[in-house]
Write a protein of this length. Structure first.
Length: 94
């Protein structure tokens, strides 16, 4: 009696993809709030002090750029903190 036993010990592994925990920056409320704040600062700087007379502008373009810079730094810190605890996409081919 002859038996045909296959000693196939190869295992088939599939690639796993882990997704990251946080959403992409374009899909976050931080981006929407950042854009709204930048637009508000720019509009305020454009409207305030535009009386037509030669008085000193109480909210100048220099101040507006300073506030937009602060908003940008805050946005980058917020995104950095959101991404700090997450891992990126990882493909496992174990």
């Amino acid at each position: 009696m002859s038996t045909n036993l296959s000693n196939d010990t190869t295992t088939h592994r599939t690639a796993r993809t882990q997704t990251d925990e946080t959403r992409p920056a374009r899909k976050t409320t931080e981006l929407i709030a950042y854009i709204a704040a930048v637009v508000a600062v720019a509009l305020t700087a454009f409207v305030v002090g535009d009386d037509g007379d030669n008085t000193v502008d109480p909210f100048s373009a220099e101040q507006a750029l300073r506030y937009i810079t602060f908003l940008t730094i805050g946005y980058m810190v917020a995104r950095g903190l959101a991404k700090s605890g997450s891992r990126g996409r990882v493909n496992h081919d174990d």
